[in-house]
Design a binder for this molecule. Structure first.
Ligand code: AMP
Ligand code: MN
Ligand code: MN
Length: 303
């Protein structure tokens, strides 16, 4: 079970959920990726088994990737673990998935890969234990912004309902995700949110976070792009995080007005119509100017 860079709730929840189900069916399962499980997702059952690989220790007969649009997002681990005889199962909901598997199952209508993996486990008639249910529920919960974004459908609620019946406790998951902040996080939040800016026409809101303003743990735990996104009338929200060493990580969020993945593609990134990202080289000011110019062009083209 091979994860993508900076693992989120969807990739971890689906790899752990499917991994635990396959293990129950007799498979010998290893879970790994290029980066560690973030503190905010350490509650996921089985996450203590997650291995961080900078290099692959061996090759595998079968490699399962979920929520991973291309092999670069594994930082070379897919290329290093697969042989010409490996089965590579690619289960994803990104529309720009590059179909690198020996079997590719791509469904961009799924709100989260968690929906697909739930249907897969049920179709295989594997048992859904509470540990599996919590993992898949969290995958769906995080990719839908707690069931608030436009990717949330009747299918989402049908599956969430069944997972709840199988032992996922929604309040417990929300508590782990959102009610376990360290005390200094609110002070940092105040400091960071003063930097939210809105364009003169109100169409674009952005937040540029200089390196060192807040701790890395804070910046990775908080879904900071949700704040500019929450402003009424805003069509595109942007978060720019300065990593140091001339790298700026960019998150883009749309509201069914312009497909923000097209903007991300211009910078070599990718994602969904309403949630995408890319990495830009340069200073924070340069990256902000370049991305805002591209957002402006996309909005103009739409108008
Ligand atoms: P994020 O803004 O990091 O939460 O990512 C939102 C979406 O954009 C996810 O579906 C990611 O897969 C995708 N994404 C983020 N950064 C990149 C990148 N550098 N390259 C390709 N896709 C990305
Ligand atoms: Mn993901
Ligand atoms: Mn996803």
């Amino acid at each position: 079970m091979l994860g993508h860079v900076h693992p989120d709730g969807d990739v971890l929840g689906t790899l752990l959920g499917l991994g635990l189900a396959m293990e129950a069916a007799g498979w010998s399962v290893t879970l790994a990726g290029p980066h560690a499980v973030p503190e905010s997702l350490a509650f996921l059952p089985g996450s203590e088994r997650w291995q961080v690989w900078k290099q692959a220790p061996r090759t595998y007969d079968m490699i399962v990737l979920t929520d991973c649009p291309n092999d670069e997002r594994t930082e070379g681990l897919l290329a290093a673990t697969r042989t010409p005889n490996s089965a590579v199962l690619n289960v994803d909901h990104h529309p720009d998935n590059r179909r690198y598997g020996t079997l590719d199952w791509i469904d961009p209508t799924a709100a989260a890969t968690g929906e697909m993996v739930y249907d897969l486990i049920r179709a295989l008639d594997l048992p859904v234990t509470p540990a599996i249910a919590i993992n898949l529920f969290t995958a769906i919960h995080t990719d839908t912004g707690s069931f608030r974004y436009s990717n949330t459908t009747a299918r989402t609620f049908r599956i969430a309902s069944e997972l709840t019946a199988f032992g996922a406790e929604p309040a417990l998951v929300s508590d782990w995700l959102y009610q376990r902040r360290p005390a200094d996080a609110l002070r940092m939040l105040g400091e960071v949110l003063r930097r939210v800016r809105v364009s003169a026409d109100g169409d674009v809101a952005w937040l540029a976070v200089p390196h060192g303003l807040a701790t890395d743990a804070f910046v990775s735990a908080e879904d900071l792009v949700t704040y500019p996104r929450s402003i009424g009338g805003v069509k595109v929200a942007v978060l720019l995080r300065e990593e140091g060493s001339g790298i700026v990580k960019v998150s883009l969020r749309g509201k069914d007005e312009v497909p923000v993945n097209r903007i991300a593609h211009r910078f070599g990134g990718g994602g969904h119509e309403n949630a995408a990202g890319c990495t830009v080289r340069g200073t924070l000011d340069e990256a902000t100017a370049a991305v805002l110019a591209a957002v402006g062009l996309a909005l103009e083209a739409k108008a």
